[in-house]
Design a protein. Sequence first.
Length: 544
Amino acid sequence: MSDAMALAWRAVEREGERLKGHSLRELFARDPGRFASLSFAFGDLLVDFSKERIDRAALDALLALAEAAELPARRDAMFAGERINTTEDRAALHSALRGGTDEGVAMDGAVAAHEVMAVQARFLAFAEDVRGGRCAARDGGPFTDVVHIGIGGSHLGPEMAVRALRPDHDGPRVHFVSNVDGADLADTIRGFDPARTLVLVASKTFTTQETMTNARSARAWLEAALGDRAGAHLAAISSNVDAAGAFGIRRGRVFGFWDWVGGRYSLWSAIGLPIAIAIGAARFRRLLAGAADMDAHFRTAPPCRNLPVLAGLVSIWRRNVMRCPSVALIPYDQRLARFPAYVQQLEMESNGKRVARDGGPVARPTAPAVWGEPGTNAQHSFFQLLHQGTDVVPVDFIVAAQAREADADHHRLLVANCLAQGQALAFGRTRDEARAEMGAAGVDEVTAERLAPHRTFPGDRPSTTIVHHRLDPRSLGRLVALYEHRVFVEGVLWDVNSFDQWGVELGKKLADRLRPALDGSPLPEGVDVSTAGLIRHLDRSTAR
Ligand code: F6P
């Protein structure tokens, strides 16, 4: 670590020490301008950090840390197509898919922006053909259902976005299958007419065992009903075009992308095909435009007003100064129900790393665990722990000012709940307040005294509130790109490669080795006694 970085980290830690003794109640009482100075806007998007346990001085120390880490230069290297994914010798140029890279920039040394546009035009034309019935089922009728098969980055983004944009759907119904558990495919296609179903197989590598197993079963399902006409009901999205061809999907139905598009950053590529089928090419382009808005902001706004930079720095504060090992993401938006799962992969697969870029150990804890559910449902399950549990879990709240539904009553209540939770976490309820409230409600003194500790909320629990005008393709694109770039900023400060994922390899290899033993073949040599015992037990249970 450079001397400048070490000094900057020490300054951040000193700020942490300074703020330790000051509660959020105190910080708000001391500075009535806190909201104005710690909330930041970009277009209709507002990000309020004032309920985080920081102040301007702490933020300045974090900004100095970003400078010492040469964040602007690292960001520019990503947008310029440098091979910043050093362990796989690849660029990370998902921004190029949404127009965030200048025309003519050579990507990966070979692919130019116009090629990206050509592939995009091709898969969007296919989406429109499916929607318009020009790409028809074998009998000439339109497809009524589309089943997208993929996993991880080839699944979470499309599923999240399709759900988020439900009011914009005017194409065939789109469904998702990801788990190798046969229940996923079986439950999804139950009752579907194969003669009216299009199956999309999405896999960057076209080798992922879950996706290939599901794809083979789906193909068999189509073949059983349609015989050799089944091919007309299949399309693929992959950067391994040859493997898709070998699977039996004809060239014109294979939509490619490039190795510089990481799986978890791929919804902007042909992996977004199910989104385009659901909402149409024009709205899909608005999704891309929203992400491009955020790219431009990230590239050009000064760090002190740059939303992804600030959000990344606040994450660092939560993780490395407050030492919080997990964060919750609570969209007050039912249509963003899969957004926490999407960000979970984005954060944990990108920055869940224990070695730095040079292969040495990281200097500090890296990615937190990310989890969440939409509000208000979450309030009635795990919010108890957020308010009164022994660990502090910082929360991101996301809420739209305007609903897509006409009934404003629901939305007012939703927003009130979102704001109330942030308040309760930040300011809590003291023991005296709890006692006084019970007294006012007519509870006798002895009971009030006994219940007061249970009804006390410690407060001082940080949250960030993200408000946008309303959830639509453009605002969703912006929101997703905000989180992508936040993860990038964190990765720079932790000095990890945010674009590889070697940690998923070992389990896949071991599963391949164990699989024959589950068919009755001898156990692999050297297998541990626990795994061997479990296989024998499963074998006996299968025989029952
Ligand atoms: O599980 C790891 C992973 O490699 C993800 O990063 C990726 O998105 C997913 O598997 C699926 O990979 P593919 O698109 O090649 O099937």
